[in-house]
Design a protein around this ligand. Structure first.
Ligand SMILES: C[S@@+](CC[C@H](N)C(=O)[O-])C[C@H]1O[C@@H](n2cnc3c(N)ncnc32)[C@H](O)[C@@H]1O
Length: 303
């Protein structure tokens, strides 16, 4: 891999850190540390008595650890947010930032199998020590389950045809590499939309391999419990499924969007929306950083 490449350019940096409302002595969490771009800005705004915990499940992120006594790196999936904070003796926090999905580093490292630009193993695990690879999913899941993944996580119109072609191909020989995989799925897309559609196929597999929706749901539930009253939840999403979950949690207090009312009919929501409209990157940021184009920022305050 290319060591000179920038690990990741942070998205919506100022607006998201503004949303955290950094105060003297506060306790903060960046649950998606990555290249540490957001964490560095949070630390810059913190005083000497404040503390920041940075989570990342990918061991590659460890190379970006910030040497600062006010910072603690936690190499873990953020679905265990509350347990790990407790381990460090922290029961309550003032703000949590989540900048979801994968980093540019994941796409740029040919060995990780996230990008159809490279040859290599069909892997896609953010945590290289976790069991299931994209090849495992493609070679072992039942046809219907594969079709569901492409439909749900990739919003692909030809999800059934994709699943059927993969199942047919794998009975001849296992699909081990990105090239093997592309040889099966590429012919199912027209030339002009090929890149866009392949990006969706890869996104769908990545979400399944990393159990992203399940982890997000658990993290959001933990976040609701550990935030202090007045504490901020700041989330940047990159696709409609995760955005819907975050929106539901912030509006209704659960990821399904179930409105719960008390005896008098008052809505029982644990959050107040700080921005009613989602914040998106301006034209300048979208130009400079094409990855930011699908980003949506939502901010809520705990009641
Ligand atoms: C979009 S990047 C964050 C980039 C970061 N904000 C920056 O400025 O460099 C997302 C990061 O979160 C990590 N990540 C994604 N899902 C995770 C999870 N469930 N638990 C822990 N880390 C996760 C990825 O490994 C990746 O490094």
């Amino acid at each position: 891999m290319n060591e000179d490449k920038v690990y990741h350019v942070p998205v919506l940096l100022q607006a998201s850190v503004d949303g955290m409302n950094i105060r003297p002595g506060g306790v903060y969490v960046d649950v998606t540390f990555g290249g540490g771009g957001h964490s560095r800005e949070i630390l810059r705004r913190m005083d000497d008595t404040a503390h920041l915990y940075g989570f990342d499940q990918d061991e590659d992120a460890e190379r970006n650890i910030i040497a600062d006594p006010r910072f603690t790196f936690v190499r873990s999936n953020f679905r265990y947010l509350r347990n790990f904070l407790r381990y460090y003796g922290c029961e309550e926090v003032d703000a949590i930032l989540a900048d979801l999905g994968v980093s540019s580093h994941h796409f740029d490292d040919s060995e990780r199998g996230f990008s159809f630009r490279f040859e290599g193993k069909l892997d896609m695990r953010m945590n290289k020590r976790s069991g299931l690879t994209a090849a495992d999913v493609v070679n072992t899941y039942a046809e219907e389950r594969l079709a569901n993944i492409f439909h749900l996580y990739g919003e692909l119109k030809n999800s059934r045809r994709l699943a059927s072609a993969l199942v047919k191909a794998r009975t001849r020989t296992p699909i081990a590499t990105i090239d093997d995989f592309l040889a099966v799925v590429r012919p199912l897309f027209g030339r002009e939309r090929e890149k866009k559609e392949l990006a969706k196929v890869f996104q769908a597999l990545r979400i399944e391999v990393n159990q992203e929706m399940e982890a997000l749901k658990e993290m959001l539930s933990d976040a609701t419990r550990v935030l202090k009253p007045g504490g901020r939840l700041v989330v940047i999403t990159y696709h409609s499924l995760e955005d819907r979950m975050v929106k539901n949690l912030m509006r209704a207090g659960n990821t399904e969007g179930r409105i719960e009312k008390d005896f008098f009919g008052n809505v029982q929501a644990p959050f107040r929306l700080v921005n009613n409209k989602v914040v998106t990157p301006d034209d300048d940021e979208q130009q400079r950083n094409p990855r930011s184009r699908s980003a949506k920022l939502r901010i809520a305050e705990k009641n």
